[in-house]
Design a protein around this ligand. Sequence first.
Ligand code: ADP
Length: 487
Amino acid sequence: MILRSLAPRGLRARILLMVGLTTTVLMMLMSWSMLYSWRGVLVRQEKANAQAVSRAFSVAVIDALIFADQDLYQSEGFLGNYVDLFMAQNPRLRTITIMDPAGSVVARSWNRKDPPWVTGTMKELLQVDRPLATITRTQEGPWVLETVMPMRTGERKWGVLVLAVEADSIRGQIQRNFILLASFSVAVTSVMLLLLWLMLSRLLRSMRALVTAMDTVDFTAPRKPDLPYRRDEIGTLYKHFHHMQQRVQQSRDDLMKAQHQVWHAERLAAIGRLASGLAHEINNPLNGIRNCIYAIRGDLDNRRQTAEYLEMMDEGLTHASSVIEKLLGFARKQQAGMGPVNINESVEAVQRLVAFNLERKEVTLEMDLEPELPLVSADRQLIQEVIMNLMLNAVDAVQEKGVIRVGTRALGDEVVLEVRDHGHGIEAGQIDQIFDPFFTTKEAGEGTGLGLSISLGIVQAHGGTLDVTSEPGVETTFTITLPAADL
Ligand code: ADP
């Protein structure tokens, strides 16, 4: 658990840690086994050398002992000189001891109280029947290579020759090689880690470039992502990302087309809803015109009356054609375009359109528009469509002679539009569904269930929000929040 919390989180650090640890352990094992076998070779060689020296010296000693045995001269003095001379010729020799078969020291290079040998007791040394070589540490501290050479000719035993050669230099050599191998391992591991770090950095740079390209990909102004050309797997990844971008772009274009078709269909449906109010508005002047025609026909010679009625007919026709003009203006598929929009003006434009529907139901519209409202950057046509949807829904929701309140205000760097009606409200169980496409509680032919879902899509596409609160039987408030334009 603790190890996991200590582990680095970055991919690069994790790979470096894993490879670093593995390489260090492998290099340590390799160095250790190399050092161990090399040390074995070195020690064997040193032992063989020491035994060769010991053997050569033992030949001379045996000669001297044979002479002494035949009483040709006194062995102690002669052997003592021999020992001194041999010590002088071999600076690495520490001690020489020559013992006769009874265990008495007949010649030695040392004059201390305790015997210097370390291989075993005197009794054990006398029982040695083949040459021995041991590396050990002396009580004083330094390391020595001690050889024990039994001296014999045929069945005759002449005693034992014990030589001690200093072995500190061997240990020093082993230590130096250990340091050399350790440094080599550290250098190899460091170079490997450095190379790995460079490769990983390159890989991560490429990945980061891809991530940036993904983050900044612009579907409105399609262009190839700004990624460097590469022939490796990363290059393939870049290529596939570009293909994916093209596919997403294609789907997005198709979706936009479908969305515009739905918007247009919804606009036509809205015209149907408006028409009930407008029909009344057109019918009135038409009835007036018909009455005028009857009156003119009844008194064809009355030029003054004819002129007066023609004037009234002209007024009626102008009114009817202005109503139709408004309707067509709304129905016309306009080129979508973003620009600075004053929400108050949009509310007033929609109010003129729905005025007939309000009048028909004798609904009072209270407007509370903030005069210094900041502009928003929007598609005027789409925003008007949203406001009209909300206002027509409010008209549908209220009773005859009901009240609808429309208000605008600035809130920080946002513009808020509220459409509140004192109508039947929305049931708690339905409030989550009203923005779903095709959800409607209206009679067939009266509602498409698309108005709110399209309105939400439009508001969100403008970077805004559309919220609703409702108290069934009391009131319903739809609130649009749009970011103020950065002019
Ligand atoms: P439609 O008006 O064609 O039914 P909408 O998506 O505009 O489609 O509205 C979906 C539903 O939301 C409506 O059928 C109605 O039940 C509910 N609704 C919308 N506005 C109001 C409102 N002001 N008061 C009460 N209910 C509303």
